[in-house]
Design a protein around this ligand. Sequence first.
Ligand SMILES: N[C@@H](Cc1ccc(O)cc1)C(=O)O
Length: 601
Amino acid sequence: MAAIPLFRHLPRARPYVCQQCIRRRSGGLPREARRTLWAGASSNEKGGWSEQAGRIRSGAQQSMLDVLEERGFVKDVAGGRKALDWLLTQKPVGAYVGVDPTAPSLHVGHLLPLMALYWMYLHGYYTVTLLGGGTVQIGDPSGRTSARQRQAAQVQEMNVQNMHTQLKRLWVHVRELGIKHKFSPHTSRRRALLNNQAWLQRLNAVNLMRDLGSGMRLGTMLSRDSVKTRMQGGDGMAISEFCYPLFQGYDWWHMYAHEGVQLQLGGSDQYGNICAGIDAVSHMRNLQRDPTTEAGDDPREGIFGLTTPLLTTASGEKFGKSAGNAVWLDRDMMSSFDLYQYFLRTADDDVERYLKLFTFLPLDKIALIMNRQRDDASKRRAQHLLAKEVVELAHGTIAAKDAEIAHRDAFSQGTGTFFLYALRNLLQKTPKQGDTTASSQRSPEYNALQAMQKKKLSDLRVYKQSFAGQTASQQQDASKDIITLPKSLFEPGSFPRILHAAGLVSSKSEAHRLIQNRGAYIVIPNSGTIADPYTLKWEPIPKDISKVDPTQYLVDWSALVLRVGKSKIQICRIGEDEEGEEQQVDVTKEKEEQNAQLQTA
Ligand SMILES: N[C@@H](Cc1ccc(O)cc1)C(=O)O
């Protein structure tokens, strides 16, 4: 017999955080009418879904689960593969992916379950990205050997804000990519961005334990990997962390009852939490069932979990790390240029797999590209395509185009574009607030609080940059492309010394000679802006050196961009005297080492 509708029993929450969703909700339209469409698209005609189900059953069309499996998204299915396949064919169920804002940005590792969710969105399922503004305060122990440190409230607030913006942007880019890759304009699509803080903050502890807690078994929870590793590793676990799956389970129950969310997707480390969620929702469903009716499980109301595989590169490294650091999706933490480069470095053995996972390109197109790639792997066509699509997803079309041009230039002609692009990124990355303590020595919390105190719009960027860590890959690049010279070096007549200190010539007399022969160049500061490095122009350093003041040439008041010959370029940031001296010594030392090597060679 049919169960009574579940959502009648719970107060209706207003968890929405995005304008679009608020509008949709306040409209109070029936669910069918509340669908988000491509511009100009017409809604799924009545019976559209059942026609599609017929095509899938007859083998004329692939099922959603087949699509996900074929592209490599599926590691485990909780609840039964066959039953899930049936359900996804039967109706456009709700599906969700949750992320806890433990940092101000998502990293590429988050993309895998999100991409699976985006595929479902493009195929017409109701899809939810859930921001764990509530759960982040408890801290998920999954995959961790020690507890997370408690974050200051302000830090949490910034992380939530930033990730919210990011998830929202991702949705916009997914929609654009859907149009670009010609997903049917006639499919109805619905998406939402929710924050579990909305319902968790109102959750009553007694009710939670009475209703949900009574259905969770200690033995099962103790047998989860996340608990076992901690107990065996000797670090133990706090009750709060141990109870984390209850909160994640409650989220699911809430969204099941209010939003029709029947599927949860997550990374492989979420398997335990997802199974706990299945237990929690089943238990709550039983509690809510009308006791006068016979308990009968309607397969159309079933719940399922799907985990994506843990990615490793062909050489066995963990995917998503660059020089041991996370590859962030936020542009302030990792530039489009660096993100592009990360994917451009993909090994030939991995690239096909990644194209399937991180792009919306159809499989036949991927196969075609791989064929061309095999003819001439050195062009790295597949890697360029992968990199561009990922940057497009994370940062949008314009950023992706920019990054592509910069890389093609950098590798094909060896012009200054590469360095100018680096200049833009590096100058943006360098915290300017004149504080000489390396921010890497401070905790992200310290930086965040300091940033908050300054109450400026740019502070979030400073915080994000400090979070990305001064050890991140781009910072290593920074040390190559940009050096800091002492302020005192920038005085009229000092160009030869600067060229020498920058490591562009081996002696000051060589610098003199070059300048007289018009072979040393400098970027004209107002010939363009840092925001658009392509427009910057070079001129030879004037011959009457004694009269020329290098500070006239500072780009963005921060750096000189010097070139010797066709392509030896160096960006010289103006620094505090002490700071510069240290680096200058390094440059000289490096030069000495090079000379020594030359002599011994
Ligand atoms: N626990 C998940 C995030 C999450 C939060 C709440 C959920 O309901 C689901 C997932 C993680 O750490 O990755």
